[in-house]
Design a protein around this ligand. Structure first.
Ligand code: PEP
Ligand code: MG
Length: 549
């Protein structure tokens, strides 16, 4: 039997599956049968069992992970918490509900304290779920533990789950929900874990059953035959052989060069990206410098970070994005006004224009780093809407001494006037994550609309084509720096639509490089044309696969 979904990456993996239990329903607000002593004893036993489980977990962890778990064990056994639970049971509340309420009230107190204590509040929620699971005799929610490597099946993974994944034992991921830009897909791409997301409601596979997960075809084969196993093993061996091929520059089969660049969020990740063959940086997200800051970092502080980054790429292109604050990247000091729809609010370039000193300091720091190193620095603005905003940013950047200044295409309006913009900016870089969010009116943070968040949708591809055509007519570079560039089949289509470079999480470079090497430019264009004519994202995927194969 087979299941189908959206594959992330090209990997093939054979392993047994484990399913992540669903989160527990909150205990109903009910009264116990009258035996308070029995309820209290059951809770005490459950607390002891949950603490023992956590202690065993702490012994296997190290560093911060160990400390966090040990702190959780201590909180679980806090006498004040026990007193609160018991008082609630004495008042007639069931054990489950008493645990739920007492922990919730403690959590609220911790959250109000802020900082480190507020972070511990989340851990307390996890402890309470464990105790309630013990009381109900059901599996503990969260990532299952196993000493043997396995493929994890889940509804979808939240960021908190992905932080707990032990990447030595989780060989692959299968999710029922979630699209290509879900947290699961982003994690899988960044860590090179083969994944299939959005397989639908049928992903009920008993724990321990062996499957073949083939991300390239988006197929899960349940309980494979000997022939299917042999076939999967051959494909795994072929990928191992492919990984051993020396890293080359990104190019199509006919020699057309498509530079493959890295998306980075910190200078610390630069060396690893170079080792994976990044030919430069296509998107350096500068938000990390500003996160947690109450005020903007100084010019000198920023300059030191930019110089460190650029020093890894002498003679190569490094595209740095000006601060992109707002919506999914909230920065209180730049914009703390309440907005009903922050994704449609004062974010990106709009926020920078509202805080001219922050923009000025950042561009100054970049100019100084440009002068201090041998890298070819390109600077771009996020969330640019039209020609007027493009003109503002490009002229301002040049006035401050930057050599190459461009804009990101993330708002559909910019794509629709691409012909006006292409002559003004030195380059355009398409941020497909936001461009998809805005084109399909689907919040990228919202799981319930994840199926709309698919850059394969022909509407998004048509906007990319407008940008590609305008760039070609004006002789300007049009890069891609959203998650879409990391999907090998989509990368081919994007090149067919006119993308001149692709930037992605470094772990995806090898697969994209291999896919491009097997396709000529006319073939890529034929696939792009087929995808543009489709009526849906799934239709575009299928049409591209069938075209010029
Ligand atoms: C994008 O929107 O595609 C992009 C690359 O920017 P970010 O994901 O940082 O918003
Ligand atoms: Mg963006």
């Amino acid at each position: 039997m087979e299941l189908h979904g959206v594959g992330v990456g090209r990997g093939v993996v054979i392993a047994r599956v484990l399913t992540m239990p669903e989160p527990l329903e909150d205990p109903v607000d009910g009264q116990h049968a009258g035996d308070a002593a029995a309820e209290k004893a059951a809770v005490a036993n459950a607390v002891t069992a949950a603490a023992a489980e956590l202690t065993a977990r702490a012994e296997k962890a190290d560093g911060t992970g160990k400390e966090v778990i040990e702190a959780a064990v201590q909180m679980a056994q806090d006498p004040m918490l026990a007193d609160d639970v018991n008082a609630r049971i004495d008042a007639g509340t069931t054990g489950e509900r008493a645990v739920f309420e007492a922990f919730r009230s403690f959590q609220e107190q911790l959250t109000a304290l802020g900082g480190y204590m507020a972070e511990r509040a989340t851990d307390l929620g996890d402890v309470s779920q464990r105790i309630i699971a013990q009381l109900r005799g059901v599996p503990v929610p969260g990532v299952p533990e196993s000493d043997v490597p396995f493929i994890l099946i889940a509804r979808d993974l939240a960021p908190a789950d992905t932080a707990l994944l032990d990447l030595d034992t989780v060989l692959g991921l299968i999710t029922r929900d979630g699209g290509p830009t879900s947290h699961t897909a982003i994690l899988a791409r960044a860590k090179s874990i083969p994944a299939i997301v959005g397989v639908g409601g049928d992903a009920a596979i008993a724990d321990g059953i062996r499957v073949v997960l083939d991300a390239a075809s988006g197929t899960v084969t349940i309980d494979p035959s000997d022939a299917q196993l042999a076939d999967a093993e051959a494909r795994i061996a072929a990928r191992v052989a492919q990984a051993a091929i020396p890293i080359t520059e990104g190019a199509l089969a006919d020699g057309t060069k498509i530079p493959l660049l890295a998306n980075l969020g910190s200078p610390k990740d630069a060396a690893a990206a170079v080792a994976l063959g990044a030919e430069g940086v296509g998107l350096f997200r500068t938000e990390f410098l500003f996160l947690d800051a109450q005020t903007a970092p100084t010019v000198a502080e920023q300059q030191a970070q930019y110089t460190e980054l650029l020093s890894h790429f002498a003679g190569k292109k490094v595209v740095v994005r000006a601060l992109d604050a707002g919506a999914d990247k909230p920065l209180a000091f730049l914009n703390d006004a309440h907005e009903e729809n922050p994704a449609l609010g004062v974010r990106g370039l709009r926020a920078l224009r509202a805080q001219p000193q922050v923009l000025r300091d950042q561009l100054h720091a970049l100019k100084n780093a440009q002068d201090a190193t041998e890298a070819e620095l390109w600077v771009m603005a996020p969330m640019v809407a039209d020609a007027g905003e493009t003109r503002f940013f490009v002229e301002y950047g040049k006035e401050l001494g930057l050599t190459t200044v461009g804009v990101m295409a993330e708002v559909p309006s910019l794509a629709l006037v691409a012909d006006q913009v292409a002559g003004l900016a030195d380059f355009v870089s398409i941020g497909t994550n936001d461009l998809t969010q805005y084109t399909l009116a689907a919040d990228r943070m919202l799981g319930t609309v994840a199926s709309y968040q698919d850059p394969w949708h022909p509407s998004v591809l048509r906007l990319v084509k407008l940008l590609g055509d305008a760039g070609a007519a004006a002789g300007r570079a049009v890069g891609i720096c959203g998650e879409a560039a990391a999907d090998p089949q989509l990368a081919v289509v994007l090149v067919g639509l006119g993308a001149t470079s692709l930037s992605m999480t470094p772990a995806a470079l090898a697969d994209v490089r291999a896919e491009l090497a097997g396709i000529t430019l006319p073939q890529a264009r034929a696939k792009a044309a087929a995808a543009l004519a489709a009526e849906s994202a799934a239709g575009a995927r299928a049409a591209a696969a069938a075209a010029a194969a």
